[in-house]
Design a protein around this ligand. Structure first.
Ligand code: SF4
Length: 880
């Protein structure tokens, strides 16, 4: 196969990829050196894409209920049920909930069907959870949803301020570009984040603000810039309006609101004021908030006041989480938008779109935004719902309420690559969609760059592209205008429609060869440098953003603030990243707590904790980390019921939204945390998937040759042999070790000389070499090695890498610590030279730096300076 140029499907950086099939049939994935987003780099997730191509979890045939059905019958049923609901209850009785995973062409057809032919705007997207506040903030300030800058601005700036963004883990390739520029030009980096994340570790200044206080901080900065004479008076006078109102709203007392010291505030304000070339980039920590839109505008206000917008190395910059959140915005995939960045509230815009589509009708008012949409499903207003390529039963706030709503919805259609999600189990009809590698279309990254995704694999089974599925349903509903034969035809129609748009003009691309389409940025390289905005009077708007404390104050019964987010090697609800390599870094869901809070709550390291709100609770491994802010708990949002017993954190998050953008507050929930008394803890590795249904606590992760299991029981057991038998129905040659006094019980089961399973029990978190044990599933295990297996660790001569830090080269913490302790390396580069760790994607460099620092400090004998393996995830915590 000739190498195929395509795009990574994970985050908004939008890295170019080259996929090559070798003679042995294996697919190699490499970064595209010519792609202007990544210039050949890939992060740990992108590098592992070849491992996600297996068909193991795929559903390759349409299902009606749980029975396989022909496409014709499944499509006919979907069309009939939607048509019946529209006839009996009106167009607003149906809804689509789509995804930033869809390609622009898929999105375009879904939006056209709903808004132009069904005649409702009840189509919303999981991008509502990701960047709706940025969209609303842009429109309020600029009159259009236009991202002013480019990635290059990160490299040209003298100061980059990251607000609510763990760039090192969530947009790793852009972070590496920033780090490389910093080495060249000494860029200052300020990180504003309640947690000391991997990104904050690399910063010149970390402002650990109180959760939800960003508006107060940026209002204070606006006032400071104004009173210290840093305003660009000419720009403000000629190109903006509303400054007085914005200044009048800046009244909050900064230190009490933000929790920062006067010195910290002063240092940041002075640095920002003095540095003309400054970029302020923001992500989920800003957007996912009940004041998300105000946070965005508070940031933009500071850039407008100083005229730092639309010029090289300057501007506010919205980082999108998903690969095609921007493409969805361009085709109007949000319930309150119209195609081509046009306005659904504008009758002229509606008429233009309707005419180009030759549509029988056009939605005349905004539809239901994600949270309201599922409320309408729950209270019976929505009779037929189609969910495309997303898993709201895990990813939405009030996750249990979403599951309940789906359970009661009269007709639910799911189109996705797998039917094994917590959402898909509620499907009346499942439609098998094409996966990355099989799909063709376009995506737009955070800097407005449109790239092709090209298929390099044949469609397996009966899987079909999303645009094909939607078009065929539309045709069966009796609608003309959906006779597409290829995504290229859809793209051309999309380009046609942009002739009416203000900022988004793709008409020159109409004549370009779709197959040959090279990555290109739409619009100008930078917007607004000329002071021309898309508001009615052409001026940018300062928006008054009075600070409001997030949600309600914590109450005595719920004293902790829960923050949810992402970890380095995982993506969304793990549907596409639960590969052995990516599960090595952090293999178990956790609650990150400050050690002082843990002490007060009597939570021991690596013990289990319950995080609860009302009658809803999750049980997680405690990860004690001094980089966490006191009074706060961080829990990753990735784990679903597939790989854990009770770790869907969004069941604790209330469905509170920003009043303008409708984006839910996922970063601030009042919760309680308490220890869970475990009578015993267990760990196992096994070739076959264990049966976890009997276990009080469990978390599973795939390994190269099988699975690894963390588990615990809350009741004493008479027989660990019995627990073992319940989990593994295995016949074989069993060896065991029992120490009843200490409560340690260990088992290994063999088939001939092949290890089938090993399981370890203790009264405290089990201390064995987890990765070494998982690797033993591949080897032959006889003689002394069997005893080592029962010991749960390698001998002196055996390699034990410890918890994996560098996923690209499988380098573990013990290897790095040994180099540092032995004096062979004292820098990240030195470790890279000797072990290659950090030399591919670079995502692990902040962690390597921390290990070097902590190991060196421990070697020097500093008090209390034992290496903080906790920072490496729950798996690291459990290491002996
Ligand atoms: Fe993919 Fe990583 Fe690039 Fe994001 S940074 S697009 S996840 S390779």
């Amino acid at each position: 196969m000739m190498p195929v140029k395509t795009t990574c499907p994970y985050c908004g950086v939008g890295c170019g990829i080259i996929a090559t099939r070798h003679e042995d049939g294996k697919i190699a994935i490499d970064g595209d050196p010519d792609h202007p987003a990544n210039f050949g780099r890939l992060c740990s997730k992108g590098s592992a894409l070849a491992e996600t191509l297996s068909l193991g979890d795929r559903e390759l045939h349409p299902l009606i209920g749980s029975k396989r059905a022909p496409w014709d019958e499944a499509l006919g049923l979907v069309a009939r049920k939607f048509s019946d609901a529209i006839r009996d209850f009106g167009p607003d009785s149906v809804a689509f909930y789509v995804s930033g995973q869809l390609l622009t062409e898929d999105y375009y057809v879904a939006n056209k069907l709903m808004k132009g032919f069904i005649g409702s705007a009840n189509i919303d997207t999981n991008s509502r959870l990701c960047m709706a506040s940025a969209v609303a903030g842009h429109i309020r300030a600029f009159g259009s949803d236009t991202v002013p800058g480019t990635y290059e601005d990160f490299e040209l700036a003298d100061l980059v301020v990251l607000v609510g963004s763990n760039l090192a883990w969530c947009h790793p390739v852009l972070f590496q570009r920033l780090m490389a520029a910093r080495e060249r030009r000494g860029t200052k980096l300020v990180v504003i984040d309640p947690r000391r994340t991997a990104t904050a570790e690399s910063a010149d200044m970390h402002l650990a603000v109180r959760p939800g206080s960003d508006v107060a901080l940026f209002n204070g900065l606006l006032r400071h810039l104004f009173v210290t004479g840093k305003a660009d008076a000419d720009f403000v006078a000629r190109h903006t309006s509303g400054l007085e109102g914005a200044l009048a709203a800046c009244s909050a007392e900064l230190a009490p609101a933000t929790g920062l010291s006067a010195q910290e505030i002063e240092s940041f304000f002075t640095l920002f004021a003095a540095t003309e070339k400054s970029v302020t980039a923001f992500s989920q920590g800003v957007n996912q908030s009940t004041s998300g839109t105000d946070k965005v505008n508070a940031i933009i206000n500071c850039h407008l006041l100083t005229g730092r917008i639309g010029k090289p190395g300057m501007g506010p910059f919205s980082l999108t989480g998903q690969p095609n959140a921007m493409g969805g915005r361009e085709v109007g995939g949000l319930a309150n938008a119209l195609a081509a960045h046009m306005d659904i509230g504008n009758p002229e815009h509606r008429a233009l779109v309707q005419a180009l589509w030759s549509a029988p009708r056009i939605a005349a008012k905004p539809g239901l935004k994600a949270i309201d949409l599922f409320r309408a499903v729950g209270d019976g207003r929505i009779k037929a719902l189609w969910i495309m390529a997303t898993n709201p039963a895990v990813s939405m706030p009030d996750a249990d309420g979403i599951a309940e709503a789906l359970r009661n919805c009269p007709f639910v259609v799911i189109s996705d690559v797998t039917a094994k999600t917590d959402t898909a189990r509620h499907a009346h009809v499942f439609l098998p969609a094409a996966a990355w590698g099989e799909k063709s279309g376009t995506v737009t990254n955070s800097e407005r760059r449109i790239s092709r995704q090209r298929s390099f694999l044949a469609l397996p089974g009966e899987a079909r592209p999303d645009w094909w599925i939607i078009s065929h349903v539309a045709k069966r509903m009796g609608f003309a205008g959906f006779d597409y034969r290829s995504p290229a035809e859809i793209f051309r129609e999309h380009c046609d429609l942009t002739q009416f748009a203000r900022d988004l003009d793709l008409t020159p691309m109409r004549r370009a060869s779709y197959e040959e389409l090279a990555p290109f940025q739409w619009g100008k390289e930078r917007f607004f440098g000329d002071g021309q905005f898309y508001t009615a009077d052409g001026r940018a708007c300062f928006v008054p953003t009075p600070w409001r404390s997030p949600a309600t104050a914590t109450i005595a019964a719920l004293p902790m603030i829960l923050n949810t987010g992402r970890i380095r090697d995982q993506w969304h609800t793990m549907t596409r990243t639960k590969t052995p390599r990516l599960m090595q870094h952090i293999a178990e869901p956790f609650a990150e707590l400050h050690p002082d809070d843990a002490r007060m709550l009597s939570v021991a390291p690596a013990a289990l904790v319950e995080v609860a709100k009302g009658d809803r609770r999750v049980v997680l491994r405690a990860l004690l980390n001094p980089r966490q802010q006191r009074g706060c708990a961080f829990v990753p949002m990735h784990w679903s019921n597939e790989l854990s017993g009770n770790a869907i954190v969004n069941r604790l998050v209330a469905a509170n939204t920003d009043p303008i953008s409708g984006q839910p507050e996922l970063k601030w929930s009042a919760v309680s945390v308490r220890p869970v008394e475990a009578a015993w803890y267990g760990f196992a590795v096994a070739r076959e998937k264990p049966d976890c249904t009997h276990l009080d606590y469990w978390s599973l992760a795939p390994t190269e040759r099988g699975y690894r299991l963390e588990c615990a029981g809350t009741r004493e057991t008479e027989s660990f042999d019995g627990v073992l038998e319940n989990v593994f129905a295995l016949q074989g040659d069993k060896i065991a070790y029992h120490d009843h006094a200490s409560g340690e019980h260990r088992f290994a089961i063999f088939d001939g000389d092949r290890l089938e399973a090993a399981m370890f029990f203790a009264r405290h978190p089990v201390g064995v070499s987890r990765n070494w044990l998982a690797a033993q599933l591949a080897g032959k295990n006889q003689g002394v090695n069997r005893l080592r297996l029962l010991a749960g660790r390698s001998g002196e001569d055996g390699p034990d890498r410890g918890a994996i830090v560098c996923s690209c080269f499988s380098i573990g913490i013990k290897q790095i610590m040994a180099l540092v302790a032995g004096g062979q390396a004292s820098t990240v580069k030195g470790v890279g030279d000797l072990l290659k760790a950090g030399t591919n994607c670079g995502s692990c460099k902040p962690e390597i730096g921390r290990i070097i620092h902590e190991t060196s400090t421990a070697s020097a004998g500093a008090a209390g300076a034992a290496p903080h393996r906790s920072a490496l995830g729950a798996a690291g915590l459990l290491r002996p």
